[in-house]
Design a protein around this ligand. Structure first.
Ligand code: COA
Length: 257
């Protein structure tokens, strides 16, 4: 079992559960999460969605083995890939999405938080968007949203060096709502999600739609442009060196490029 889903008290929970690989996300896991988001949207009894991980790890991002072996298509094919469909379902979820970041949130683990409504982070978590260090480029509109959230300088630290940052920094730069003790983060996030049982669902839906505003189209357009470059870079010698170094548990050597 790698994705567990349950709907309890109006909250559809998507729990990433592949702890032996630090919750790295495979194609099948993206598909299961997409199905859960679509089902949550269609079920009138669901008032909010909760995305969570395992103690100590939210997700270590895309499975790097998958990056090496599964060539995403180019153009329209890339836009129809499981990860794209998952992110599109997240972006288009018309119910509040609450994330409980139970630990490390790397790569898409942090990128997906940019498109959630509430983000509660364990005080033991670390966040990072190490795309450039992996020979890749920012994805899913992070090249647009991260500079908008925190300004170019602080975005450059996070997107160009990819260095990890703390939960407190995540709050300070606008990625997270609050930091909670590790043992309390899921329950706190669940309580926030359950508040939507007392709020009028139609007004919540329309308010969320309004908050997306004209930026929504720009986000989709940015996702498409980033996706083209990302797909090309996945096959680059720089990325191959970074992926091999990860599995060989060594530092990558970019001196030859
Ligand atoms: N893809 C595939 N496998 C991954 C993975 C990923 N994103 N992240 C972790 N794993 C695997 C490791 O290869 C290892 O497998 P093994 O036991 O067969 O050797 C196992 O999960 C445990 O990972 P390990 O690195 O030993 O754990 P750690 O506690 O020392 O470090 C992380 C945890 C999350 C900091 C570290 O695994 C990491 O940096 N992962 C890669 C994150 C990344 O670059 N993601 C971005 C993708 S865009």
């Amino acid at each position: 079992m790698t994705i567990r889903t349950a709907t309890i008290n109006g909250v559809a929970t998507i729990e990433i559960a592949r702890p032996e690989k630090k919750n790295a996300l495979t194609v099948a896991m993206y598909q299961a999460m997409t199905d859960a988001l679509v089902a949550a949207r269609e079920d009138a009894a669901v008032r909010a969605v909760l995305i969570t991980g395992q103690p100590g790890v939210f997700t270590s991002g895309n499975d790097i083995q998958d990056f090496m072996t599964r060539a995403p298509g180019q153009g329209a094919d890339a836009m129809d890939s499981p990860v794209f469909r998952f992110m599109r379902a997240l972006l288009e979820c018309d119910k509040p999405v609450v994330a409980a970041v139970t630990g490390a949130a790397i790569g898409i683990g942090t990128t997906m938080l940019l498109h959630c409504d509430f983000v509660f982070v364990s005080d033991e978590a670390r966040l990072a968007m190490p795309f450039v260090a992996l020979g890749l480029v920012p994805e899913f509109a992070s090249s647009l949203v991260v500079p908008q959230l925190m300004g170019h300088r602080r975005a450059a630290e996070k997107l160009l060096t990819g260095d990890p940052f703390t939960p407190a920094q995540a709050v300070e730069c606008g990625i997270a709502s609050a930091v909670l003790p590790a043992g309390e983060v899921v329950n706190h996030a669940r309580r926030v999600a359950e508040r939507f049982n007392q709020l009028p669902p139609g007004a919540v839906r329309e308010a969320k739609q309004l908050m997306r505003g004209p930026q929504h189209e720009l986000i989709l357009q940015t996702i498409r442009s980033e996706g083209e470059i990302f797909a090309r870079r996945l096959r680059s010698p720089e990325a191959m060196e970074a992926f091999q170094a990860f599995f060989q548990k060594r530092q990558p050597d970019f001196s030859k490029f």
